[in-house]
Each structure stands twice: as structure tokens, then as C-alpha cells.
Design a protein around this ligand. Structure first.
Ligand code: SF4
Length: 237
């Protein structure tokens, strides 16, 4: 477990390591950079590097040891629905999440096809929020897969937003997070894309969370949209 600086969560719980790139949103993958750093530092979980996907049974019990209720981003260093992660392991993760109803677990994937394929074999307790990442229209079909999953709370992470999303169907979606890419080579996010998404959320009654503008100087750019901070959370929360 680790405290997180991500605005929409409290901490991270990483049960799997390693991944590979699947769409344009992965270009400057934070997990890849961090894995290389941790590998170089000799951190045991990361010694095999980013290209090898591994599961870590030793992490499964951790939520039972947290004394206070937590909001937890599950697998920030990988993708839970990567093809190399066995369904039997995902079921073990869900078993822990089902038993730890005092915590809220936020699971995010880009592998929405596997999410929907496995969905009926997973126990979707109310404390599991399931999200898909959508960086532009080319991968908007992930939203339909999420909608078809059994998750009680469904959310979209539109980050890094690298193109417009003008025709969002938010039926069955509880929460939308938007964020721009950060870092030296960050791809720009047009403010009009953000405004358009905020309006669509308002029109369709969906909670909107604006995480950051991003860019080379992320802190300086801040997270206000037209003079306002948007920190809405799902109603089901
Ligand atoms: S799916 Fe996530 S963890 Fe995997 S390469 Fe893409 S951004 Fe990185």
C-alpha cells in the first residue's frame, strides 16, 4: 500500500506488475517509468521489469490490515484485465474486496473486452467502482463494454485527454474524471474538449471531476475550469 497524490483517491494497492501498451493513451505510461525506477532501486516486486506481467499473492491480505476505511486505486502500476493475469487471480482480488466492505476500491482498465468477458464470474459488491480509460474517440467503445459489466458504480477516466469526446453516451455511467497529460513531452489538451465534456456530464446528470490541466508545469497549470474546481463524486458513493 502507498499513499497517493492522485486527486481522486487516497492510496494505491498494487497486486500485479508489468503491462504493455495498447493504445495512444499509453504513450508516456507512468507505470512504465516508475517500474524502471523501482527496478533500478532493487525493489523486490519490480525486479522483473515492466515487460513481464506478474501477480503478487503476498499483497492480497493487505486491505484487512488497514485500520480506517480507505479509498483505494487498485493496480496503478499495471492493468488488472491484462490477458496474462488469470481470471482465478482476479477472483481472489475480488474476494478480498468483497470481504473488505469498509473500503472503496477503484479499478481502472483499458482492457474493456476482458472486463466484460469476465464480468459474470466476478462478485460486484457495491464498494467496487469499475472504470475504463478513454483518451479519445478511437477507444470510446470501451464505454459500451463498461456499461455491459456488472459493476454497481461505473466511471470513466478521460486522461490523458488527447482528442475531443463530443458524443458521449453516459447512460449507466456514474462518474467522469478528466485530466490532461503531464510531463516534458505532454500532448496538449484543448480547453474546449474539457468544457464540452463538463456540459455533457451536466446535461446527463453525471458527476464530473476535473483532475488537472497537466502540461510541463502541472502544478502551475492547476485544476480550475473557468474559475471553478470540480470535485464531484458519484452519487452512489
Ligand atoms: S494500460 Fe496502463 S499500465 Fe498498461 S501500458 Fe497502458 S497506461 Fe501503462
Amino acid at each position: 500500500m502507498a499513499q497517493s497524490s492522485i486527486e481522486w483517491t487516497e492510496m494505491t494497492w498494487n497486486l500485479t506488475t508489468g503491462c504493455d501498451k495498447i493504445s495512444a493513451g499509453c504513450k508516456f505510461c507512468y507505470a512504465e517509468v516508475m517500474t524502471k525506477r523501482l527496478q533500478a532501486m532493487g525493489s523486490p516486486k519490480y525486479l522483473d521489469g515492466f515487460k513481464i506481467v506478474k501477480v503478487h499473492d503476498s499483497e492480497l491480505h493487505l486491505p484487512f490490515t488497514w485500520k480506517k476505511p480507505k479509498v483505494v486505486f487498485v493496480n496503478s502500476m499495471s492493468d488488472m484485465f491484462h490477458k496474462d493475469i488469470p481470471l482465478s487471480f482476479i477472483q481472489k482480488v475480488f474476494d478480498t474486496m468483497n470481504q473488505c466492505s469498509q473500503h472503496t476500491f477503484q479499478v481502472l482498465t483499458k482492457r474493456a473486452e476482458l472486463l466484460v468477458k469476465y464480468s459474470d464470474q466476478l462478485n460486484w459488491s457495491k464498494n467496487i467502482w469499475m472504470g475504463v480509460s478513454v483518451e479519445d474517440e478511437r477507444v470510446a467503445d470501451r464505454i459500451e463494454h463498461l456499461r455491459n459489466s456488472g459493476a454497481a458504480v461505473k466511471f470513466l477516466s478521460l486522461e490523458p485527454l488527447i482528442g475531443p469526446l463530443s458524443n458521449l453516451n453516459l447512460t449507466g455511467i456514474d462518474w467522469v474524471i478528466v485530466g490532461g497529460e503531464s510531463g516534458f513531452k505532454a500532448r496538449p489538451m484543448n480547453p474546449e474538449w474539457v468544457e464540452e465534456i463538463q456540459i455533457q456530464c451536466k446535461q446527463q446528470g453525471v458527476a464530473f471531476f476535473f483532475k488537472q490541466w497537466g502540461g510541463k508545469k502541472k502544478k502551475l497549470a492547476g485544476r480550475e475550469l473557468n474559475g471553478k474546481t470540480y470535485d464531484e463524486m458519484p452519487v452512489a458513493a
